[in-house]
Design a protein around this ligand. Structure first.
Ligand code: ZN
Length: 272
């Protein structure tokens, strides 16, 4: 927007230089919005502006689909790793992390469900931003940092979703119930908390989805200060199953049916 002497371009010069047609009023409004101090700095700098049009601007004008290029550039600049939270999880759970570990953690929720609320919930756990009493106490938003379920230990993510005796008894009931459905699970914190199910485990999508629904249910109970009940959790499972079976897309419906198939009978008959 400035010429070689650091002076603001007139509306006409701006349109000619950049070969774009911009409304006069909008241009003036933008110029007027620039703080005076900045304008003085530009004038005083007196530096020669080599090329008033940035290279990416030229590139954008040359191609047919500029939004695709802008999206790609933005994507390339976004760092996909959450090193701080990953380091903390590795240390807290004493994880043995292979090269696919974190990729699995971030992709599994989207593979096992299409429910945005669950996907977001799991992402908050993985990046350690889901509020627990420990965090809320630190921020002076809660009077205690004790677990809302057992009221004995500090409520951290690993306590709430794995170590707490209340959660533990839910997990043990789940293990027994899945065994009756001929699905064997190990109570592994990486699988339960982070949803990282070993690649050789059968029914990965289903197990990951079940863990996710259970964590969400436990978290809702914690917020309401109510004790989680396994039967109630099974009802939540049934509701998810029913909703997924109502999917309008026949391909998705078939995929969902295959996913739920191993526990279908036991889910329909609560006494099983
Ligand atoms: Zn507890």
């Amino acid at each position: 927007m400035v010429d070689e002497q650091g002076k603001i371009l007139s509306h006409r010069d701006f349109c000619i230089t950049f070969d774009i047609d911009v409304n006069f009023l909008q241009y003036e409004a933008t110029i007027n919005a620039i703080p005076k101090a900045w304008l003085n700095t530009m004038k005083n700098a007196g530096e020669k502006v080599e090329d008033p049009m940035p290279s990416y601007f030229r590139q954008i004008r040359k191609i047919n689909k500029p939004s695709k290029m802008v999206y790609q550039t933005l994507r390339d600049n976004i760092t996909t790793t959450n090193l701080k939270s990953e380091g903390k999880w590795t240390q807290k759970l004493q994880l043995e992390v292979d090269e696919d570990f974190w990729q699995d953690v971030y992709t599994m929720p989207r593979i096992c469900t299409k429910e945005t609320r669950l996907i977001t919930f799991q992402y908050k756990i993985a990046t350690r931003i889901l509020p627990t009493n420990k965090l809320l106490y630190k921020c002076k938003l809660k009077e205690t940092q004790l677990c809302s379920l057992c009221e004995i230990y500090t409520e951290t993510l690993e306590h709430l979703f794995f170590e707490c005796t209340v959660t533990r008894s839910m997990l043990l009931e789940l293990k027994d119930w899945l065994l009756r459905c001929r699905i064997r699970i190990d109570l592994d914190p990486a699988a339960i908390i982070l949803g990282r199910i070993p690649r050789d485990q059968e029914h990965r999508d289903l197990i990951s989805h079940i863990y996710l629904i259970m964590k969400y249910y436990i978290y809702c109970c914690k917020l309401k200060y109510t004790a989680p009940i396994f039967r109630q959790f099974q009802q939540k499972l049934r509701l998810c199953y029913t909703l997924e079976n109502m999917n309008q897309d026949p391909f998705q419906r078939r995929r969902n049916r295959d996913k739920w198939e191993p526990i279908h009978d036991n889910l329909i008959d609560p006494e099983a």
